[in-house]
Design a protein around this ligand. Sequence first.
Ligand code: TMP
Length: 200
Amino acid sequence: MKAKGSFICIEGLDGCGKTTQTRMLVRRLRRRGFDAVHTVEPSRGRIGRFLKKYLLHGKERGSGIVEALLFAADRFEHVEKEIIPALNEGKVVVSDRYVYSSLAYQGATGLSLDWIRRLNEHAVCPDLAIFIDVDPATVTRRLKAKKSVMEDLETQRQVQRVYVKLAEAGELLKIDGNRPLKAVADDVLAAVLKFLGKAG
Ligand code: TMP
C-alpha cells in the first residue's frame, strides 16, 4: 500500500550547509501548513549513535565495506522506526542524508554502486532527492575553519563526482549551493512545493 505522506531527502558534501537547509525547509513547510518532520542519518537510533562515535575517529575508520554495512543497518532502523510510521501518518518527512550518501561516500572508496544499492534494497525510495552542490574546495575550507573531522580535498572531489553522476542520471535534483544561504533555501523550497503541489 502506498504511504500517504511524502519523503524528501537532502544530500551533499560535509560542510555544504545541508543541515541548515534541511531545518529551514522543515520550518518553512510547517509555516505553510504542512505536517513536516526532520530526520537525519546517521539516525538517532542505537546504530546511528554508534556510527556518530565511530566517525569521530577519522583516522581509524574501517573499510568502505564495513562502513556501507553499518550505514545500511542504521538505515534499516531509520526506515522502519521513523520514516515509514511518519509517512503512514501522512507527514512530509525531510531527511538530512539518505541512501545517496552511501552511494557517494562509500562509492567513492571504489565499491560497486550496484552492490551498495542491493545492500539498501530495504530503503524506501524518496519522492524527491535534492543534492546541494558546493565546490569541494569551499567545504574543505569551511571544515578546516571549524576544526571538524573531515575528508581531504581529493576525497571530497571523488564524493562530489558520484553525486554529480547521480544528478545527471536524474536520481538527484542538483541545486547550486555556491550562493547565499537564502537563495539556496528559496530554490530548495520551490522544488519541494512544486513536487508537493503535483503530488497533492
Ligand atoms: P553528517 O556530517 O551529515 O552528520 O554525516 C556524517 C558523515 O557520515 C559524513 O561524513 C558522511 C558520512 N556518511 C557516509 O559516509 N555514508 C552514509 O551512508 C551516511 C548516511 C553518511
